[in-house]
Design a protein around this ligand. Structure first.
Ligand code: PAF
Length: 317
């Protein structure tokens, strides 16, 4: 890190794939990082073994402080919420009680609703939202494969370039993430949502890598319909999408991340709850409110819910 760059104390809440990747690279850049985990035994293991990163940025182990005690992150300058979207509310409510009253809280999570939950807990001024397409696969507790260097975009709920946003940009620049600044956070989040709408549920259902979705007529046509419905919902909400041809953008991400196991497929393979409610489920929910038909997103959400509910069942012949 250049001598003049400030060193921050950063809390990373949730040691999943993105939490470990960002926490590890921020630590390597010279920041003090502490990971907050609701599972004490995993926090203890990360404390002992550190974070293991392999992949495009090389293979190494990075010493890391981790805790299950929220009061340990009280003095942090920034908090990054990196839990699954269904845990955002609990995560931000847990830390908002202990953080200083001005500490910014950032989300780069998939799906809709994260910025709103954080804003509700700490206020718009302290909230930083955004997206990341960094490819990260969790290999085990505290262990991640850095599979691809996708872009990261950050912004504020007011779309203003605040001092907090400048500082977060500096912090992420220092660790090589080079985030772009968004002047329309809702557009940024919906534009990424469309990518997850087209890829995540389909890969989770078919158990295919992202790139393989383009190889089959069935998956291509379902992807096209799911994305088309989500675009109609975005249009009805008055959201200006970042890409003129969203389907082409989804296909491009499939190609760029061809070998990725999507985050939703990682969840299904590990028999975990998925983020379906914040992705295709959210499109179907908002479509219903606005009177926009979303049959394909509803079916995708129902199928993924069925997979989640039947992990314990065996096929009987
Ligand atoms: O959720 C994911 O896996 C990622 O957001 C993306 C971009 C679909 C790549 O796998």
């Amino acid at each position: 890190m250049p001598a003049e760059s400030p060193r921050y104390e950063i809390a990373v809440v949730g040691p999943g794939a993105i939490g470990c990747l960002f926490g590890g690279l921020l630590k390597e850049a010279g920041h003090r990082v502490i990971m907050l985990d609701h599972r004490p035994e995993r926090a203890e293991s990360i404390n002992r073994k550190g974070i293991h990163i392999e992949g495009i940025s090389g293979t190494r182990d990075i010493a890391m402080k981790a805790t299950a005690n929220p009061s340990d992150v009280a003095g942090c300058d920034f908090a990054l919420i990196a839990t699954k979207s269904y845990d955002t509310g609990v995560a931000v409510n847990t830390i908002s009680g202990v953080l200083r009253p001005s500490t910014p809280v950032m989300t780069l999570q998939n799906g809709l609703g994260n910025v709103e939950l954080i804003s509700r807990a700490v206020g718009d001024e302290r909230t930083i939202g955004g997206i990341t397409s960094q490819g990260a696969t969790l290999l085990g507790d505290g262990s991640v494969r850095h599979a691809g260097a996708g872009k990261t975009v950050i912004g504020t709920p007011s779309n203003r370039l605040t001092e907090n946003l400048r500082r977060v940009k500096g912090m992420l620049d220092s660790s090589g993430f080079a985030p772009q600044i968004s002047d329309d956070l809702e557009s940024t989040i919906w534009s990424k949502l469309l990518i997850n709408v087209g890829i995540n549920a389909l890969t989770a259902i078919t158990r295919l890598n992202n790139g393989r979705l383009l190889e089959f007529g069935g998956t291509r046509s379902i992807m096209q319909d799911a994305v088309r419905e989500a675009v109609a919902v975005a249009d009805a909400r008055g959201i200006a999408l970042a890409h003129g041809d969203p389907l082409a953008q989804v296909e491009e991400v499939c190609r760029l991340t061809a070998a990725n196991v999507s985050s939703m497929l990682q969840d299904v393979l590990a028999r975990r709850r998925t983020e379906i409610d914040a992705i295709n489920g959210a499109v179907a929910r908002i479509g219903l409110e606005l009177g926009i038909p979303t049959p394909v997103n509803s079916v995708l959400a129902s199928l993924v819910h069925t997979i989640e509910s039947s992990y314990h069942l065996q096929v009987s012949r």
